[in-house]
Design a protein around this ligand. Structure first.
Ligand SMILES: Cc1ncc(COP(=O)(O)O)c(C=O)c1O
Length: 391
């Protein structure tokens, strides 16, 4: 019987041995074998099928992490998925797997700011050169390719400004020049965008966000194709970047309702966007207005939009923007997103100030909203009352 992915998510990860509906959390450092021969047999099996869940030591994972990896491999339609203790761990693992001293990499200008710091500052100390490209002008990507370019690192949409890029074009440029590609797909998750099917070599999702969905766990996933599998496997081994079983269990639990939650986040976000789009002081950074290039790029690749959006607010009165943000009662002020609750964040200069291709004038302010699973009528009422303070 062919099962849809929605059905698969509900029925997977049962404990078929004990007949319980949830899998056990297997915690282990040492794994005991009956004999020397048995440990050798396991190691031979692991070498023959390195994606097969054969473990001889807890750092390689346990059946709990393996279950999560199997679910994610199916969701990503990838060769394999590695799981890491944070989303940023997956960003690091992707880059560390393929980049070496003297290499160059091309990175989308609106990338998540720790990714920017890692590439621009830290890797520079290892003689790795990073060039940032304009997500809306891929000539800035192609013209900066040299013989040393090893990796194109995309984040779609870009952090805070939500720029959607022409992904097919990026892949075809990369293939032409034989360059590895990685994408941070945390915003859409493979539920709305399948980067591996588009031809990316690596796809990253911060599991801290929509996968877990309950703001109580951190994790990351790195999906890979066959071409990069061995490189990532070696890097994973050398860095010890592995997700623990308790966190894997919580993420597996969250995944069961990924489709239901994301569909609701999306529905709520559309209602809030419709309300905000009427405000003349606000430019929505969200795929809502059909006549924009950004919308066209979103529509070309995604089957849905998640709950995270940006607002570019035009105001000469910066204090009134802060007052608007601070007056929201249902939106918690804090980092991260993708949980059940609504959140707000005023983007400070340090988040976007280093960008090469963004000109934010003094009277423009960036605010990020995560639209949660509350009743959208309440969220709109809350935004309405807070907007009274915006001048
Ligand atoms: C787009 C994006 N990628 C990666 C990360 C890092 O994920 P984590 O916080 O799980 O390390 C974040 C976190 O906010 C993010 O927004």
């Amino acid at each position: 019987m062919v099962k849809s992915f929605k059905t698969f998510l509900k029925h997977t990860a049962k404990d078929f041995h004990n007949q319980s509906v949830n899998p056990p959390v297997v915690r282990a450092s040492t794994i005991i074998f009956k004999s020397m021969q048995h440990i050798r047999k396991t190691q031979v099996k692991a070498r023959k099928k390195p994606t097969g869940g054969h473990f001889d030591y807890g750092r390689q994972g346990t059946s709990t992490t393996y279950i999560l990896q199997r679910i994610l491999t199916k969701l990503e339609e990838s060769f394999h998925v590695f799981t890491t203790p944070t989303g940023f761990g997956s960003v690091f693992l992707a880059i560390f797997s393929v980049i070496r001293p003297e290499d160059e990499m091309l990175v989308a200008d609106p990338v998540y700011s720790p990714t920017r710091i890692l590439t621009e500052n830290y890797l520079k100390e290892f003689n790795v050169r990073t060039v940032f490209y304009n997500p809306h002008d891929l000539k800035t990507l192609e013209k900066n390719i040299t013989k040393k370019t090893k990796l194109i690192f995309v984040e779609n949409p870009g952090s805070n400004t939500f720029d959607f890029q022409d992904l097919d074009k990026i892949i075809s440029i990369a293939k032409k020049h034989n360059i590895f590609t990685a994408i941070d797909n945390t915003w859409g998750t493979p539920y709305y965008l399948k980067p591996m099917k588009l031809g990316f070599d690596m796809s990253i999702v911060s599991a801290t966000k929509y996968y877990s969905g309950h703001s109580d766990v951190m994790g990351g996933s790195l999906a890979v194709n066959k071409k990069v599998f061995n490189k990532v496997k070696t890097a994973e081994k050398i860095t010890g970047l592995r997700l623990g079983p308790d966190d894997a269990y919580l993420i597996t639990r969250g995944l069961r309702t990924l489709d239901v939650r994301l569909d609701r986040h999306s529905e709520n976000a559309k209602k809030v966007a419709a309300f905000l789009s009427k405000n003349k002081k606000i430019q929505l950074l969200y795929p809502f207005k059909k006549n924009s290039e950004n919308y066209r790029m979103w529509k070309k690749y995604y089957s849905g939009a998640s709950g995270l959006m940006g607002l570019k607010i035009k105001s000469n009165n910066a204090k009134s923007v802060k007052k608007f943000v601070n007056s929201l009662k249902l939106f918690g002020y804090g980092y991260s997103w993708g949980g059940f609750e609504s959140l707000v964040l005023h983007q400070e200069f340090r988040e976007t100030g280093k960008r090469k291709y963004m000109n934010l004038s003094k009277d423009e302010h960036l605010v990020r909203l995560h639209i949660g699973l509350e009743d959208p009528k309440d969220l709109i009422q809350d935004i309405k009352q807070a907007l009274r303070y915006l001048r």
